[in-house]
Design a binder for this molecule. Sequence first.
Ligand SMILES: Cc1cc2nc3c(=O)[nH]c(=O)nc-3n(C[C@H](O)[C@H](O)[C@H](O)COP(=O)(O)O)c2cc1C
Length: 136
Amino acid sequence: MTETVVIFASKLGSTRKTAQYIAEELGADIFDLKDQSIIDLSRFGRVIFGSGIYGGRPNKLVTSFVQHNKGQLEGRRVGLFLCCAFRDEEAAAQCEKVSKEMGIQDAVFFSGVRKQLRKGVMPGVDEYVSRMKNSG
Ligand SMILES: Cc1cc2nc3c(=O)[nH]c(=O)nc-3n(C[C@H](O)[C@H](O)[C@H](O)COP(=O)(O)O)c2cc1C
């Protein structure tokens, strides 16, 4: 399977836990942009970004990493997951807007992650992980 890296920033912890879960399931490397902002992407075929949403906007650490690493990201499969409070159409519209602004086409959102983490059941995240596994 493609070497994958999960790169995230989290304020309240949900994105961090979701990123850890995804990385573990995919056997991926993981970086917290709070700890490290320079990351060599050369050995990764796939880069998955994770961020929370605050006032409709993703974490600045993530947007600026994407901006500053456009060259490195070219030619790699790039994905984005957003942890958010909004649900359904409202969350989908928010996700679409962020996806366009960041220039990352493959963007998904996970609503209510905190509750799911408490229950230990994350169907949306599991579905995402399966899609990543199935796409090689
Ligand atoms: C100040 C603030 C603003 C938020 N604004 C939004 C928002 O505009 N849309 C949304 O869906 N969720 C919003 N949320 C919920 C967060 O996106 C959600 O809690 C997410 O899991 C945060 O990610 P984190 O735990 O990794 O920091 C907001 C939360 C806070 C604290």
